[in-house]
Write a protein that binds this ligand. Structure first.
Ligand code: ARG
Length: 460
């Protein structure tokens, strides 16, 4: 039991209480942030004349030694300490003696942990953004290669109108692009330094909070010391963004699972990203997509967890807030594992273009275009809708596509049909005519790709 307090106690902590209270088992992953925060803090203390330069240099050397030893594996972070802050401070004092005891001047573990968590989440936001960008690059490549890969667009999971694979993938491009802009937003809002807030009411030492904030790469210090130690909004916002990313990945996974099914065969997931069955030799299962879909639940759970933890906490710091960590770490690990796996699966996936196109044709996705053709030949839309519907009914009975009807068969329903009907309802025409901004027509899609290209080339 190594703890940073005890002066006012006459009895040792009960072991069960100690274990229940300790956070080292999970906050040990904050060691880098904790040490970086302490380094900035002592530099500021020395600049303000609160520590001597000698003390500062001793502490810096000690902290750097601890960091190096943890990283090279010679110093283990064990449950002998209550939390990561106690671990660092105890080790520092062990190494450098008296000066180590001055590290915590003008600081509380409340502003310290608020800083550590903020820096950890700040790094995680950047990493998530990088991984989403990698996914977007693969989506872009698939779009570029499939501007004329026709497939059915669905509503109600029923074939609706023809689109292209590029257009379908483009919908996901938009979703993940929004995810990145959410992350950028969160980063901007959270990038303020809580250190110097003390336990809740600032300190009596002449701290230079602007300087500490600058050293740690923040846009400035936070403005209210009570809010500084009790704010976990950025955790909630980040978990909400992660939940949305997972929701997008999950929807995409669901589509891939459907497309990869024996019935659809739109895609084939690469062997390297598939798994087999222990009993059924023929099986090749889309486990990665299923796991991504499944893991969405635990990321939502982390968001619900922290929202619920925070809802009843009076100002300022309360121990409840220690519960912000495990769920957040789990969500970060989950999303940061799902994103590259999903990207790899997508990058190696084979698209069965002929199956997709045949499915679009056989699903009467050009029935609207048959009606539109009639309208352009003077038939009122409501009549045209009826004629096209009767032709579809006939095709269903005869098990063929609209394109397979002879001109005579078309004309049995309406004299307005001419030889050019085939051209008018070919998949190519049906898609190419859809040229409104954001539509699947090739010209419209090329315009979108041009914008996406510039977006991917830019830094953010
Ligand atoms: N382990 C604590 C946490 O994660 C650190 C802050 C402790 N502060 C305190 N006053 N007990 O929240």
């Amino acid at each position: 039991m190594a703890q940073l307090w005890g002066g006012r106690f006459t009895k040792a902590t009960d072991q069960m209480v100690y274990d229940f209270n300790a956070s080292i088992s999970f906050d040990k992953r904050l060691y880098r942030q904790d040490i970086a925060g302490s380094l900035a803090h002592v530099k500021m203390l020395a600049k303000q004349g609160i520590l001597t330069e000698k003390e500062r240099d001793q502490i810096i050397a000690g902290l750097e030694g601890i960091l190096a030893d943890v990283e090279n594996g010679t110093l283990a972070i064990t449950s002998e300490y209550e939390d990561i802050h106690s671990f660092v401070e105890a080790n520092l004092t062990e190494r450098i003696g008296e000066a180590g005891k001055k590290l915590h001047t003008g600081r509380s573990r409340n502003d310290q942990v608020a800083l550590d968590m903020r820096m950890y989440v700040r790094d995680a936001v950047k990493e998530t953004d990088r991984l989403v960008k990698e996914l977007l690059k693969v989506l872009y490549r698939i779009m570029e290669e499939n501007l004329d890969t026709f497939m059915p667009g669905f509503t109600h999971l029923q074939k609706a109108q023809p689109v292209t694979l590029a257009h379908h993938i483009g919908a996901y491009f938009e979703m993940f692009k929004r995810d990145r802009s959410r992350l950028a937003d969160i980063y901007k809002r959270m990038n303020y330094c809580p250190l110097g807030a003390g336990a809740l009411a600032g300190t009596t030492y002449p701290l230079d909070r602007d300087y500490t904030a600058e050293l740690l790469g923040f846009d400035g210090p936070t403005m209210n010391s009570m809010d500084s130690v009790s704010d976990r909004d950025y955790v909630i916002e980040y978990l909400s963004a992660l939940s949305t990313i997972m929701m997008h990945l999950s929807r995409f996974s669901e589509e891939i699972i459907i497309w990869n099914s024996n019935e659809y065969r739109f895609v084939e997931i690469d062997d390297a990203y598939s798994t087999g069955s222990s009993i059924m030799p023929q099986k090749k299962n889309p486990d990665i997509a299923e796991l991504v879909r499944g893991k969405t639940g635990r990321v939502y759970a982390s968001l619900m967890g922290i929202l619920t933890t925070m809802k009843g906490i009076p100002l300022a710091y309360n121990k409840d807030m220690q519960e912000d960590k495990e769920g957040t770490f789990d969500a970060i690990d989950t999303v940061n594992a799902c994103l590259p796996l999903f990207t790899g699966m997508l990058d190696t996936m084979k698209f069965n273009k002929d199956v997709m196109e045949a499915s679009a044709k056989n699903g009467f996705t050009n029935a609207t275009d048959v009606a539109d053709y009639l309208v352009s030949h003077g038939v009122p839309f409501r009549d045209a809708h009826g004629i096209s519907g009767r032709l579809v009914l006939r095709c269903i009975a005869e098990n063929k596509a609209l394109d397979d009807l002879s001109l005579a068969e078309f004309r049995e329903e309406s004299e307005a049909f001419e030889e050019d009907i085939y051209e008018a309802i070919s998949m190519k025409t049906c898609v190419e005519k859809r040229l409104t901004k954001g539509a699947p027509g090739e010209a419209a899609m090329r315009e979108a790709l041009e914008i996406y290209k510039k977006y991917l080339e830019s830094d953010h």
